[in-house]
Design a protein around this ligand. Sequence first.
Ligand SMILES: [Zn+2]
Length: 521
Amino acid sequence: MSKELENLEDLRRLVEKRYSLSIISANVVVNDVFYLDAQGQCHKGRLAAPLNQPTPETLGAPHNHQMHWSGSQPCYLNGSAIPLGMGGPVNVPLGDTIYTRHLSIKPSPTTSYSTYSEMIEHYVALISAPAQSKYKVTPLTGAVYDVPEDTSPFKVQDTFSAKAEILDLNKLLTNDRIAIIGLGGTGSFVLDFMVKTPVKMIDAYDFDIFAVHNGFRSPGEVPFDDFGKPKTELCRRKYEPFRHRLSFHNKRVGKGDEALFANTTFAFVCIDDGELRGEICDMLIRLGVQFIDVGMGIEKEAAGLDGLIRTTLFTRGSAPVAIKEVPLDRRDENNIYRVFVQIAELNALNAALAVICYKQLRGFYFDERHYYQSFISLGSSNWIGKGMKYSILEVEQFPDSVQPGILYWSKKFKISAHHCACGCGDVIYLPVDPANYSIRMDKRGPTLRPSVGNWNVCNAHYFITNGDVQWAAKWTPEQITAGRALEEARRDAYYSSRNRSIRQVLLRWLRILLKALRITR
Ligand SMILES: [Zn+2]
């Protein structure tokens, strides 16, 4: 019996009765749940439910009366469906099993289960009874299954993600090694949020002491004895009990520190000094590390504090435009009498926007706009975003390095090229002719039709309209296949309606070649 099962008395009772239980990603899993399908065939499914742990050592009552189910519809001996309150499709991956349905059975119309053992026994008896009587199988196999190695970065079971059913989305973050550069006002809140995010690893950098003013601008307790100590030391003490793979570096990051970020997959740059920011941005861009730079400009006006809170996202696609948006100047003599105000709630808001933007980039949060820069304007309560924009450049041949933000169009070869609007860095080549794409010029910017779907690379799907990017819904694999077939049919109709000149044959060949190289859709 695993240590976790042994420690939780409610579940230990079931194991002692020879139920086959496992604990995976803060869910209790019931293996070997035999059931009959409509044809009377016997199958094995799994039930699971998120653990409710008020403390790491105790188990409370189940969160609700539902359980996840991995099998198909269980049936009675006569082939009719057992009413189990089966809900619509869900996606809960636990180990090597995907649970696709919720079952919803209460012990009685007005009550709920007070223990996990009561709930599990109720469900197993309902589902397994027909298979037990027909095939003499029993769910009480006592079998012990291998459970996947626990790679969670947290030192407690992540019952939070299990309950919220976001384990599938968490997987989008689990390979990231995050760097947080600067643990001042905003950086300390970024760290606080990221410590609770299931990324693989976090490296945090700061070279300063925890001064009295930091006590007013950082999350959580302010230990009186800790003023004057390095911020990294304080943060280590605060967060190490909660998660693994958290490293603190008492160091000023700058030019020449490339080696530190060789394995970094995403960074947050949270520093005030414009000159140092410039050094760090240059280095991360050179290394190809995606990152977010944060900052705010808040000033004291007659009517109160006002200003902007900024997050700027640097990807391969956005970096050339993003670098022009961030202040890289040193606080010079002219600014010596300016007071730059930062207040904890503004730092927390700036950090929250940055972490949300990172999670949107990874697909954890829905992102309809794909802004590379966001401003919150305090006084006007506005959120202002900037997305990628394209200008048109007519060329005969494409340059060796295709620049982001430009839609290149070779009328001679009837092909266009542009950086994918999602910032993934992929360059997309599209044929421009009556059978494929059209480009319309306007003083506001180019319009490209139909939509661009980068299905081979990043799944980005968008229109370019008057130079602006309009994001469209992501397609399912079935929609992509259907869309491709439709395009083929359209092209065939177009080409068969014309006499093919040698040049058209050559162009067609070129398109097939591009497609084979997977650089067009
Ligand atoms: Zn892309």
